[in-house]
Ligand binder design. Structure first.
Ligand code: GAP
Length: 448
């Protein structure tokens, strides 16, 4: 395939998955809108995640915290001080780069508190070969003001990760749920980072979404829970349809981890533009609860119900980017099959994630009796699934159109349907067709 990334970006725009934001005004650099199909795929991913890690477990509860938090949160967490990327400018062409992207070996992955050294030796501008400026640390926090006066007293920050709310609200959540250790708090929501070099479509943007769990454990149990969450993350990736061969589990060595972490594994994906981070798993120790207790003065310790002992729980943090999940799901699902007249593009999405679960067609659009029955089926199925309707062009073209957006099944109402009360169901992956009784369609599609 020539450039899979270009193919995906173009498919996303053409079919309304994702397109540039505010395009009629020339767009806004690296801001993207999820269109009618994209929002369905993204919502299905978030719902599947929530159902898997919150509803189907009895040791994780949910949270939906405010995006703007008291600025002291970011002082305590270390973000105001440490959440920086190393920035260099080219003196000649004036392009701006992340120093660690130019000479990866000389610096750590930029993240909260990780050590970053300036590019060593003869680092030059990758664009024009020009001389680079010295490295400056650039804070990634996105600032805004609350209320009518724009002064330092009214400045607040858009959260750069959802995680901190789970620490700040730990005591509150534990008190109302009466959860005993080990247990976790999950959250899905937007995060903002003033990235120096966003790019590669929805891979790195300044506004993005995360799905995170802060899982609170006793210190002596952390290794077991770390392995548990690693295995859960692998299971999730399998569910998304991501091949193991496209993944690399990268142990982050001492000195390159965030200051709060005693162990971190980055799960990298082999994107068409290189192997880069998809998700992360970190053992954050009791750093965050300790810091918030220290700065706020609140007692954030857990009381052991048996012994009455008070202590700060330790934390395992599996973190998933929503937008990167959408991207790798699309990359993994994309296939081109056949050739010539028989060529088709098919998104082999996991069936429960597809924007439409099924499409309904009348064989011919100008036959009211077919359209009437097809419409009845369409209205009925819509009570259970998101359903597409298509009566344009010929059936072959309609199949191709649904394959390209990953619709798992297509139902055609034909003249026989009027007599035998059955319809033709065509399977996206095998392209095989079978007759199914109209009354059995819901059950059939659920099984599918
Ligand atoms: N609470 C830990 C944390 O935020 P992170 O590795 O900085 O860790 C977690 O971010 C995940 O969020 C990443 O693995 C990635 O999937 C996603 N992510 C981070 N920055 C992003 C960006 N600029 N654009 C899109 N997704 C991003």
């Amino acid at each position: 395939m020539p450039d899979k990334m270009e193919t995906i970006v173009s498919l996303c725009k053409r079919r309304g998955f994702v397109f540039p934001s505010s395009e009629i005004y020339g767009g806004l650099a690296n801001a993207w809108d999820y269109g009618p199909l994209g929002v369905e795929l993204k919502n299905n991913i978030k719902q599947a995640w929530w159902s898997r890690f919150v509803h189907r477990r009895d040791d994780v509860v949910g949270l939906d915290a405010a995006l703007l938090m008291n600025p002291k949160v970011w002082e305590a967490s270390g973000h105001l001080q440490h959440f920086t990327d190393p920035l260099v400018d080219c003196k000649k062409c004036k392009q701006r780069f992340r120093a660690d992207h130019i000479v990866p070996a000389t610096s750590a992955k930029p993240d909260l508190g990780k050590q970053v050294e300036p590019p060593k030796g003869k680092a030059v501008c990758p664009n024009c070969g020009g001389e680079l400026t010295a490295v400056r640390q650039f804070n990634l926090m996105l600032k805004t003001f609350l209320g009518p006066v724009e002064d330092s007293g009214s400045s607040v920050y858009f959260r750069p990760e959802t995680a901190q709310a789970m620490f700040v609200d730990f005591k509150q959540v534990q008190a109302v749920t009466r959860k005993k250790l080990p247990f976790g708090i999950a959250q899905v929501g937007k995060a903002f980072r003033n990235e120096i070099t966003p790019g590669n479509f929805i891979f790195r943007t300044r506004e993005f979404e995360q799905m995170e769990i802060e899982f609170f454990v006793r210190e002596n149990e952390w290794e077991w829970w770390f392995e548990h969450w690693l295995s859960e993350m692998k299971g999730w990736l399998k569910f998304l349809g991501v091949a193991e061969t496209d993944l690399n589990f990268r142990e982050i060595p001492d000195g390159e981890r965030a200051h709060y972490s005693k162990r971190t594994i980055d799960i990298d994906y082999h994107y068409p533009f290189g192997s880069k981070e998809l998700y992360g798993l970190a053992y954050r120790t009791d750093f965050d609860l300790q810091r918030h207790a220290e700065v706020s003065g609140a007692d954030l310790r857990y009381t052991d119900p048996q012994s009455g002992e008070k202590f700060f729980p330790h934390v395992i943090e599996p973190t998933w980017g929503v937008d990167r999940s959408v991207l790798v799901t699309l990359l993994s699902a994309y296939a081109e099959e056949g050739s010539g007249d028989k060529k088709r593009v098919v998104l082999k999405l996991p069936k429960t994630l597809a924007p439409y679960r099924v499409a309904v067609f009348p064989l011919l659009a100008n036959k009211p009796e077919l359209t009437k029955l097809a419409r009845e089926i369409y209205d009925d199925l819509r009570k259970t699934f998101n359903v597409a309707w298509d009566d344009r062009g010929n059936i072959g073209k309609r199949y191709l159109s649904q394959d390209e957006i990953g619709t798992p099944a297509c139902i055609t109402v034909d003249f026989d349907s009027l007599k035998d009360g059955a319809v033709t169901v065509r399977d996206r992956d095998t392209t095989k067709q079978e007759r199914v009784k109209i009354g059995e369609l819901i059950e059939y599609l659920i099984k599918l």
